[in-house]
Design a protein around this ligand. Sequence first.
Ligand SMILES: *[C@@H]1O[C@H](CO)[C@@H](O)[C@H](O)[C@H]1NC(C)=O
Ligand SMILES: *[C@@H]1O[C@H](CO)[C@@H](O)[C@H](O)[C@H]1NC(C)=O
Ligand SMILES: *[C@@H]1O[C@H](CO)[C@@H](O)[C@H](O)[C@H]1NC(C)=O
Ligand SMILES: *[C@@H]1O[C@H](CO)[C@@H](O)[C@H](O)[C@H]1NC(C)=O
Length: 351
Amino acid sequence: MGCSSSFFLTFSLLIAVLSVSYGQPLVPALFIFGDSVVDAGNNNNIKTIVKANFPPYGRDFMNHIPTGRFCNGKLASDFTAENLGFTSYPPAYVNLKTKGKNLLNGTNFASGASGYYEPTAKLYHAIPLSQQLENYRECQNILAEVAGQSNASSIISGAIHLISSGNSDFLQNYYINPLLYKVYTADQFSDILLRAYSSFIQKLYAMGARRIGVTTLPPMGCLPAAITLFGFESNQCVERINNDAINFNKKLNSTSQSLQKQLPNLNLVVLDIYQPLYQLVSKPSDNGFFEARKACCGTGLLETSILCNRKSIGTCANATEYVFWDSFHPSEAANKILADNLLAAGLSLIS
Ligand SMILES: *[C@@H]1O[C@H](CO)[C@@H](O)[C@H](O)[C@H]1NC(C)=O
Ligand SMILES: *[C@@H]1O[C@H](CO)[C@@H](O)[C@H](O)[C@H]1NC(C)=O
Ligand SMILES: *[C@@H]1O[C@H](CO)[C@@H](O)[C@H](O)[C@H]1NC(C)=O
Ligand SMILES: *[C@@H]1O[C@H](CO)[C@@H](O)[C@H](O)[C@H]1NC(C)=O
C-alpha cells in the first residue's frame, strides 16, 4: 500500500472513530443491493437453492447464528456499516416482519445469484436487481409514512447506496452457459452488463439516491471454484478469467465517470476490491494468512451454498488464516481487509 493511500486510510479510520465516539453515524442510512457478496439473508425464505442459512455459515458471527450471509462471519458491508458508525447492520429487507421504523438506518435488498443481467437471477430463482429496486420503492414509501416525506427524502439523499454485482453473471452464468459463451465474447457480455448497470444507476438516481458506491469485480480467476473448474489442474489463478474481470472493471470505471457527468449532484464512486483481494491471494503471508488456494469449508475446492454444510468433510477448524471461507466467498478476516480498503476509497462519499 502506498504512502498516500495509507494516509487516507488512517484519516478515514480516525473520522470513523470520532463519529462512533459521538454516537452518531456519518450518514443517515445504508442501503445495499446486489449479490451473495453482500446478501444478509434475503434468500433465506425464497425459492432458491442459493442459500447460506445453515451451519457452518455464520459460525463466527454474533451468537454463532447462520443468518444467510455467505461467510463464516461478517461481510465487508457489515464492516462498512461499523466503520460508518452504525451499531447494527442493515437487515435483510424481505425477512423483516414489521418493517416501519426498522428501516430508518437503511436495509439490505441483495440476493445471492442475482446479477446485472436479469436472466442470471431468474436461473436461480433469486431476486433480480429490478425487483430489488421495486422493494426499495416500497421501502421509500414506508419511510415517508414513518418519518414524514421531507425527512424520508433527506435520509435517501444522504444515505450511502452500496452495490455489488456482476460476479454471478460471469461465474454462475456466462462461463457455464453455452447460450451465452458461444454467442458473446466476454467483452461483449461485459457491455451488456454495463448497459444494465447504467440503467440501474439512473433509476436509483431518479429515486433520490445521490451517494452511490459500486464495487468492482474481484479477481474471479483466483476464487477456489474458478481454479478448480477452469484451471486445468493448475494451482494458479486463471488468467483468462482475471483478465475478463480487469476488462469489466475498466469499463465500469468509464461508465461510472460518464454517469457522474450526466447526473447532477451524483456522487458515484467505484470501490476497487480487485487489487486488495489480489494482494491477499498472491501474498497471503504478508497479511497474516497462510491459505489462499483452498477455502475453509469442506475440501475448499468447490463447496459453496448447499455444498458447504455441516456434513462437509475437511472443514477447517479456524478460518482466520484463510482468505476464502467457501470456494466463492472471502472469509470474515479477508472481508475486514477489503472493508478497510473500501473505506479509504469511499471517503469521498462521506465528505
Ligand atoms: C440506527 O442507528 C443508531 C446508531 O447506530 C442506533 O442508535 C439506532 O438504534 C438505530 N435504529 C434502528 C432502527 O436500527
Ligand atoms: C422529521 O424529523 C424530525 C427530527 O427527527 C422530527 O422532529 C419530526 O417530527 C420528523 N417529521 C415528521 C413528519 O415525522
Ligand atoms: C478507475 O479510476 C480510478 C481513478 O478515477 C483509478 O484510480 C483506477 O485505477 C481505475 N480503475 C480501473 C480498473 O481502471
Ligand atoms: C483462531 O485463531 C486465532 C489466531 O490465529 C485466534 O485468535 C482465535 O481465537 C481462533 N478462533 C477460534 C474460534 O478458535
